[in-house]
Design a protein around this ligand. Sequence first.
Ligand code: NAP
Length: 259
Amino acid sequence: MDLGIRGKRALVCASSKGLGRGCAEALAEAGVDLVLNARGSEALEAAAADIRAKWQVGVVTVAADITTDEGRARVLDAAQGVDILVTNAGGPPPGMWHDWSRDDFIKALDANMLTPIALMQALMPAMMERGWGRVVNITSQSVKAPIGQLGLSNTARTGLTGFVAGTARQVAEKGITINNLLPGIHDTDRAVSLDSGVVKAEGISMEEARKRRAAGIPARRYGTAAEFGAACAFLCSMHAGFIVGQNILLDGGATNATI
Ligand code: NAP
């Protein structure tokens, strides 16, 4: 399917690896020029070189922490006028509800709620002027079904979801769609880090931890960054203009709910 977005420009945050990288690859395959971001420049430059060679699109890189004012300012400098925004950042650490301090909450809110909101506020006005834009926020399955030990994530991402629900309906008449993609477990470094926690807590091997987690998913496997990226690219496509303010689960059926 031709996604109809060849020649458009996208900012994909936190995209040297994992789900962000999957989104960047799928947009590049559709002919979209990219601004890529991550903190570490080595993996970022390697990803950019790979994508340029594979898809022959323009790729600009900004090595910066997207969750800081200074990092975001540098990314926004390079991303002025983009047609597509994919927000993403690392997820907060696991823990217990009684241990988190105010500072822990502020950090999680900054990374997973206030950063994507600030990026939308900065980039959507120009999209509205041009009458077309796409925003996809990478959130989490934990928005629909809380994951106890990821309370910081549950909290911050639910706040973002509320913002999107209202805002998406305010900007839709200008040709802009905002939607959230909710990953369940996907085969990325984040999954390795979550599974390492299980290995440590339960004294089992990594293989066993993965097997147990996969057994709880109807698809009986982890998702891939490529599958995730393809869903993102579709939401950014010309065909997705009537999908507004939705929260789309990509979790292999793990969330046991009728709707
Ligand atoms: P990942 O494999 O750990 O990849 C993270 C990517 O983001 C890397 O390129 C990393 O590069 C970059 N990054 C992290 N923090 C950043 C920051 N502050 N500023 C700029 N770049 C940053 O993670 P992932 O699995 O793709 O997950 C993406 C998001 O989805 C996370 O918020 C995660 O919590 C959420 N999620 C993931 C899963 C899953 O199973 N994978 C499930 C539910 C939710 P640098 O380290 O060099 O910055």
